[in-house]
Design a protein around this ligand. Structure first.
Ligand SMILES: [Zn+2]
Length: 111
């Protein structure tokens, strides 16, 4: 129960931040195209990237994965986490315990 709540909170934060980031991007690009003002984009874009990095790190810190094969809970490396194929609730990872590669179910980890 607590796990689900934690995950829902993280996903909620990610969704909100994602929407704000997209809004900043769209607005500053629109200003650039329509008014020729590139400064808001030059300022906003690095901010959006920074937010993206921070939110990804937070997400990584607060999630662990359950192996579909042996049920072990493990944390992938940040590189594995970032570049692996994923669905909203699973991620294709190699299990640290049994070596099985497959879609592992995401679970909440106390950051
Ligand atoms: Zn396993």
């Amino acid at each position: 129960m607590k796990n689900k709540k934690g995950l829902r909170k993280i996903r909620g934060i990610m969704l909100v931040v994602g929407i704000i980031m997209s809004a900043i991007n769209v607005c500053t690009i629109a200003l650039w195209i329509v008014k020729g003002m590139w400064v808001p984009f030059a300022v906003g874009f690095p901010l959006v990237i920074l937010c993206g990095v921070l939110i990804t790190r937070m997400y990584y810190k607060n999630t662990m994965y359950i192996c579909a094969e042996c049920n072990a809970t493990f944390k992938p490396t940040f590189a594995q986490f970032t570049f692996s194929a994923h669905t909203p609730k699973t991620r294709k990872l190699k299990c640290k315990k049994c070596g099985h590669t497959g879609y592992c179910v995401e679970t909440y980890a106390q950051g």
